[in-house]
Design a binder for this molecule. Structure first.
Ligand code: NAD
Length: 383
């Protein structure tokens, strides 16, 4: 479809459709004034409006950015569906070097495009988009979460959810109700990892950490009495739990064969190279906690902020954290049911997601939704 100017948009800003059969809508947003070139991928709105962060990245070209936005937006749908939340998945990617290209004018141009979607897409922080950037965009559109007066940076919520995912996995696989002396191998020492390692250290865990940027690993190590290990050695480290906090695609046939852990649970998105790798881990008796389930804390906080704005009350951080804490119960229920069926938890979760995406939207709040699921004595029908 040719580019066309939308009448209500500022001069220079054009929005055009890219036809992608797997996605509800993919939009190209170009602003000749600020240099904005972005793609908004709305994967699936069957269960509700689509929420997903805005990533600013120096992609080589639009094809690379398109692949990323399609993959990331699909991942957001999976995350909502894994928690049975009445939300769809989306993502925005801005093409270019944020250090050179980011400006208030560019952020405002994107905000106009988001506003034109009338609330079908809700944006938020992602890589290279900060709380301050969200504040700039909020001068144009209300369809954003992650504001300073709302949940802000999602990393603390993500870390909290992953912490509970690790606790649930350790309890299920190792029969331990505390983390005292538990050996953790942590890949990556960025924003989520730094907070997560503090939580784990407080519970007595013994941490080995690495990062390609060694200074980051040393910083986390200093805070948590951790040992710094070479980045190349982390996947072979002899430990109880591998905690991937860096990149996706790290678990493939070769790396799985070399692992020396009983549990894998961490925030990194898309840790499995292929969906089938979940069953290879299961065959090796390694419990893999699906990333999109245990790293959904930021999404839960974003939804809580959206609901607070909609209902005109202020964001309640403690209440949002309490929602995130429910990841423990959700993960535990998944592990128990997967064991009963002799399936990898990720395989079972994927099946659930497929049925959730096809189901009708439910207009209920996260708290109702999560508590309804968690209080069910038998989840067989749900999964
Ligand atoms: P970050 O960029 O702050 O940290 C990632 C760290 O990993 C960086 O310090 C980087 O140098 C390091 N790294 C990259 N490749 C590595 C390698 N091969 N070995 C060792 N270290 C390596 O990112 P973050 O916000 O902490 O997120 C971590 C992961 O969690 C990412 O996969 C992200 O997509 C995912 N995630 C984050 C959030 C959130 O709220 N920030 C939410 C959901 C999922």
């Amino acid at each position: 479809m040719p580019d066309h100017a939308t009448p209500s948009l500022p001069t220079g800003l054009t929005i055009s459709n890219i036809d992608i059969p797997t996605h509800d809508r993919v939009l190209r947003v170009v602003d000749s004034v600020s240099g904005l070139h972005a793609l908004i991928g709305i994967h699936n709105q069957r269960r509700g409006p689509a929420l997903g962060g805005i990533r600013f990245w120096p992609y080589a070209d639009e094809d690379e950015a398109l692949r990323d936005v399609l993959r990331l937006s699909r991942g957001m749908t999976a995350k909502s569906a894994a928690l049975d939340l009445p939300w769809g998945g989306a993502k925005t990617v801005i093409i270019g070097d944020p250090k050179k290209l980011k400006s208030p004018a560019l952020l405002r141009a994107l905000a106009y495009a988001i506003n034109s979607l009338g609330g079908h897409y809700i944006g938020g922080e992602d890589v290279n988009i900060s709380v301050a950037d969200i504040e700039v965009m909020r001068t144009i559109t209300p369809h954003l979460v992650g504001s300073a007066e709302g949940c802000g940076d999602p990393a603390p919520y993500t870390a909290q959810g992953v912490f509970h995912g690790i606790r649930a996995a350790v309890s299920h696989r190792l029969g331990r109700d505390n983390l005292q002396g538990l050996r953790l191998a942590v890949q990556g020492a960025g924003a989520v990892s730094a907070i997560l390692c503090r939580l784990l250290h407080r519970e007595g865990a013994v941490i080995s950490v690495c990062d390609l940027k060694e200074a980051r690993a040393h910083h986390v190590a200093k805070q948590c009495g951790a040992r710094v290990v070479p980045a190349l050695a982390i996947l072979e480290t002899d430990a109880d739990v591998l905690v991937p906090c860096a990149l996706g695609g790290i678990l493939d046939a070769q790396s799985i064969a070399r692992l020396n852990v009983s549990v894998i649970a961490g925030p990194a998105n898309n840790q499995l190279a292929l969906a089938e790798d979940a069953e290879s881990l299961h065959a090796r008796n390694i419990l893999y906690a699906p990333d999109y389930l245990i790293n959904a804390g930021g999404l839960i906080a974003g939804i809580a902020e959206y609901e607070a704005n909609r209902d005109r009350h202020s964001f309640d951080r403690a209440a949002a954290m309490a929602e995130v804490d429910l990841i423990y119960k959700r993960s535990s229920a998944l592990f128990v049911e997967a064991q009963r069926l002799d399936l990898a938890p990720a395989t079972l979760c994927d099946r659930t997601i497929a049925s959730q995406i096809d189901s009708r939207p439910m207009k209920i709040t996260i708290s109702c939704c999560l508590s309804a699921i968690f209080t069910m004595p038998d989840l067989r029908g749900e999964w």
